[in-house]
Design a protein around this ligand. Structure first.
Ligand SMILES: Cc1cc2nc3c(=O)[nH]c(=O)nc-3n(C[C@H](O)[C@H](O)[C@H](O)COP(=O)(O)OP(=O)(O)OC[C@H]3O[C@@H](n4cnc5c(N)ncnc54)[C@H](O)[C@@H]3O)c2cc1C
Length: 857
């Protein structure tokens, strides 16, 4: 065993081996994987080995597609077979809602390079003869699904890594991790200590224990999971004989079942409602290659449905039931990346689908370690997406919720109840008493909308406009015509102070820093010139700045700030979290309302648009920004939590004469649409350049050499390929949700290839029985897909949208090729909502207050 290496990877499951291979492939060959026992000694060895590309997050789906594509390369490099069976698979819908869900997934796939196809139950039965099609209304076919040998695949990664120079040390537990003053790690193992620049936690079932070695409680929990293997089934053998093909995989949402052929029988696994965590607090170190006792009663309800839906399987005897544990993060996606607050400590754990995701996780993490950037938009997997509130109990509740809902529909307006409330502001009970429908905003309870008195404050979950529509509309109109108040505690807030503060911010941000008492809006870029932040910054003192940003990105942004913070102590950074809360008042009467609450001149001359001032509001010391996300005349008022009730009741009292209303986040988001304001993590993400994101006016190329400037200059010189646009959509009773394809009538192949997607009666298998992928998909997920239908092509995608209540229009934002972005003609665009292509038109000037006169007051 070497005594010094560049990186130590802890854990020889599929994920650790993939990380090792990808690091070696990227050129870091002075690396070592340390495994407590033999390779695959955690959950990897007893996996069912299924893989697929579909994921609710399109960016995670892309990495899953990469994983599947990688297996051929892996077999070639390692000389080890993965026993790949690329069979294709169907997802079966038993209700119209589930069919809507599949339509959405299919539409997303259009720009992701996926060749899914919506088919009838009888078409599904032709490929999966064991089903009774009368239980289903439709299905989605995905040619990129299949199964493999989990152990063989893990070994293949390890062999490929070894060939490139990586070392693997088996039967050697890592017992301690300590960081030295020079930043290097002492990796203490049963066989001695290894010094490493970087440590990667791929501990799988023991990831929590490895995290605890460095004082971090990672939000992962193992769940028991069962699948059964049947005796041989004559129908399966007959199908194989007659068609020369294997039976495809099938996913039955109703039964929470996945099933596929295994030898000449079937394998059937469940995500049962009565799910069971395994080792909720500590994972025993002596757990190894053993299985857990099966508990057939727990999965009986799923099996009952499954046997009804798949009578061909019911007839077969059960040969074996496998029950094994594997880990989940609270939202079911992996935890990947550097841990905020530590140096060179990386994680790749909570990977619940190691054979769909392991390759993508390895690629993203190795890019991140070697190049400083994952190279993809990995927010959906970033370990920074969970805050301190995601402790053991939170994780336990959320993982159980997620597991039991794995195959349930998540509606766009659906708030999930587990582990809530986690954090509340002092106004929580006041909001609840006012019939607020509350939502979870990065662990904080936040009012979404206010239901009328006497009605139940609850969303009717739907893909269509729902019971909040009328009431959110009323809140919007009251703000636009009079004045409203809302909680904004769910923004991120930081203070950056010290003699180096201004230089530091000028180096990180694309806009010039404001003068004292003024505010600027500014994006932040990474070295590759991609958008990694969007902030409001006020200069609050000679060497002091307040920063407001996206709540969900607090750890993500702190990690970045800390990475760039000078080591000489000249810059201090503080994240307030909920030690600073806020209220926003907005609308034409908001100035008159504020004037009643303060003892100073807040007229538009004395307190201008984009001014910052500390003042007492209702008697409480506050910071006030003259700006709001409603795009109306308005203010953001920030105070310590102890003052929030005082300020709120003062606003309510003083507001009575102006007809003040409470409004929630939904109204706020509706109002930003008619102002064409983007949101962080929807419109603005690390896959877009600042000019693509149409943030031009906040990018001051001439000011100084900020991070990402050189790359941004290249983007500017070449001209952005894409542009963010606002669209008015002629929607029916459903507005866009995000990720819908944008079609354009461009009449030629200017914007990509013009092949028809797979489907439309094309054969689904080639002569060797391999599922056929459409030629568009074969090119991978390019930024602009070339799917074409007559004169229409998919040219872009929607990032978010909804109903803009004041202007009375359904609106969307999204990305289209720059050449089309200024064309406001009607009849040029369509947006696909729930399978219906609806006419859409680009809208360059905001529909509400285009000149910003109201906002300026
Ligand atoms: C019944 C079942 C069916 C499944 N079916 C599928 C499926 O069809 N498709 C799919 O994609 N996934 C499936 N999975 C999930 C899949 O098994 C996991 O996603 C995958 O195994 C995760 O791999 P890992 O490398 O993260 O963790 P693990 O496999 O748990 O590996 C972690 C490794 O780290 C080692 N380790 C931990 N701590 C230390 C230490 N301190 N020092 C040294 N070594 C250490 C352990 O010994 C272990 O070998 C299934 C899981 C189960 C249980």
């Amino acid at each position: 065993m070497k005594s010094h290496v560049k990186a130590v990877v802890i854990g020889g499951g599929v994920v650790g081996c993939s990380v090792l291979y990808h690091l070696a492939r990227a050129g870091w060959t002075d690396i070592m994987l340390i495994e407590r026992s033999e390779l695959t000694s955690g959950s990897s060895w007893h996996a069912a080995g299924g893989f697929h590309t579909l994921n609710g997050d399109p960016n995670v789906a892309k990495l899953q597609a990469y994983t599947v594509r990688l297996y051929k390369e892996l077999e070639e490099v390692s000389g080890q077979s993965c026993s790949l069976h690329l069979t294709g698979g169907v997802m079966l819908a038993d209700t119209p809602e589930r069919m809507d869900f599949l339509r959405l997934a299919h539409a997303k796939g259009r720009y992701l390079g996926m060749d899914t196809e919506l088919i009838t139950p009888s078409e599904a039965k032709a490929m999966f003869p064991l089903m009774d099609e009368s239980h289903f209304v439709g299905a989605m076919w995905d040619p990129v699904e299949g199964h493999l040998d989990p152990s063989g695949t893990t070994i293949a990664y390890s062999k490929a890594a070894r060939k490139l120079g990586a070392e693997i040390v088996l039967r050697n537990r890592v017992t301690e991790l300590t960081q030295q003053v020079d930043g290097t790690w002492n990796v203490v193992t049963e066989q001695g200590t290894v010094k490493a620049e970087h440590v990667v936690n791929c501990g799988g079932l023991w990831a929590r224990e490895v995290g605890r070695m460095v004082g971090v409680e990672l939000p992962v929990l193992a769940m028991e999971h069962m699948y059964l293997l049947t005796e041989p089934i004559p129908e399966v053998e007959a199908f194989n004989r007659d068609t020369g093909r294997e039976i495809i995989g099938a996913l039955d949402f109703k039964g929470e079942i996945y099933t596929r052929q295994e030898r000449n029988g079937m394998l059937l696994g469940t995500y049962e409602k009565a799910c069971k965590p395994w080792s909720p607090v500590n994972t025993p170190w002596n757990f190894g290659h053993e299985l857990l006792p099966p508990d057939i009663d727990r999965i009986a309800p799923s099996l009952e449905v499954g046997f009804r839906h798949f009578p061909g399987i019911e007839k077969a005897g059960i040969k074996q039931i496998i029950n094994g544990p594997f880990t989940f993060a609270p939202d079911g996606n992996p935890l990947v990346g550097p841990v905020q607050g530590l140096t060179n400590f990386w994680v790749a754990c909570g990977v619940m689908a190691g054979f769909s995701q392991g390759g993508g996780v390895g690629l993203a993490l190795s890019n991140w370690m070697v190049n400083g950037d994952p190279g993809f938009d990995v927010w959906g997997m970033d370990v920074a997406r969970f805050g301190e509130w995601a402790g053991l109990r939170y994780t336990n509740a959320k993982v159980r919720e997620n597991y039991s809902r794995r195959f349930s529909i998540r509606f766009p307006n659906e708030e999930l109840p587990a582990a809530r409330p986690a954090q509340t502001t002092p106004l929580y009970d006041v909001m609840v008493a006012q019939n607020a429908v509350m939502g979870d905003s990065w662990g904080l309870e936040t009012p979404l909308w206010f239901a009328p008195k006497g009605t139940e404050p609850r969303d009717k979950v739907s893909f269509h406009r729902s019971n909040d529509f009328e009431h959110v509309g009323n809140e919007v109109r009251a703000v636009r015509e009079r004045v409203g108040v809302t909680e904004i505690a769910n923004f991120a807030k930081y203070e950056v102070a010290g003699p180096g503060a201004e230089d530091f911010l000028n180096r990180l941000m694309t806009n010039r820093m404001p003068k004292k008492g003024r505010i600027v809006l500014t994006p932040m870029l990474n070295e590759f010139g991609k958008l990694i932040g969007d902030f409001t910054i006020a200069k609050t003192g000679d060497e002091k700045f307040m920063i407001w940003g996206s709540s969900a990105a607090q750890k993500y942004h702190m990690r970045w700030f800390e990475k760039h913070q000078p080591k000489d102590g000249t810059v201090r950074i503080h994240r307030f979290d909920q030690t600073l809360v806020g209220l926003s008042i907005a609308g034409p009467k908001s100035q008159a309302l504020l004037a009643k609450l303060v003892d100073e001149d807040v007229s538009s001359k004395a307190f201008r648009f984009m001014d910052f001032r500390e003042m007492a509001v209702g008697g409480a010391p506050c910071m006030v920004n003259r700006i709001t996300y409603t795009g109306d005349l308005g203010y953001e008022i920030w105070m310590q939590p102890a003052y929030q009730r005082l300020v709120y009741s003062a606003i309510k009292q003083a507001g009575e004469e102006f007809g003040l209303v409470d409004f929630g986040m939904r109204a706020l988001l509706s109002m930003r649409l008619e102002k064409n304001f983007p949101t962080w993590f929807r419109e603005l993400r690390p896959i877009y350049g600042p000019f693509e994101g149409s943030m031009d006016r906040f990018i001051k190329m001439e000011k100084n050499d900020f991070v990402g400037r050189a790359a941004a200059a290249k983007e500017l010189e070449a001209g952005p390929k894409l542009r963010r646009v606002s669209l008015v959509v002629d929607a029916l009773d459903a507005d866009v949700m995000g990720d819908e394809p944008i079609w354009a009538k461009v009449g030629s192949d200017d914007y990509g290839t013009v092949e028809k997607p797979h489907g439309y009666g094309a054969p689904r298998f080639d002569e060797s029985g391999t599922p056929v992928r459409g030629s568009a998909a074969a090119q991978g997920a390019s930024a602009v897909r070339g799917i074409k239908d007559g004169d229409w092509s998919v040219v872009g995608w929607v990032t978010s949208g909804g109903y803009a209540h004041y202007v009375g229009k359904s609106m969307a934002q999204g990305y289209v090729p720059a050449a089309l972005a200024e064309n406001e003609s009607a009849g040029l665009f369509e947006v696909e909502i729930l399978g219906h292509r609806r006419p859409a038109r680009i809208n360059i000037e905001p529909l509400f207050d285009p000149a910003g006169e109201k906002m300026r007051g």
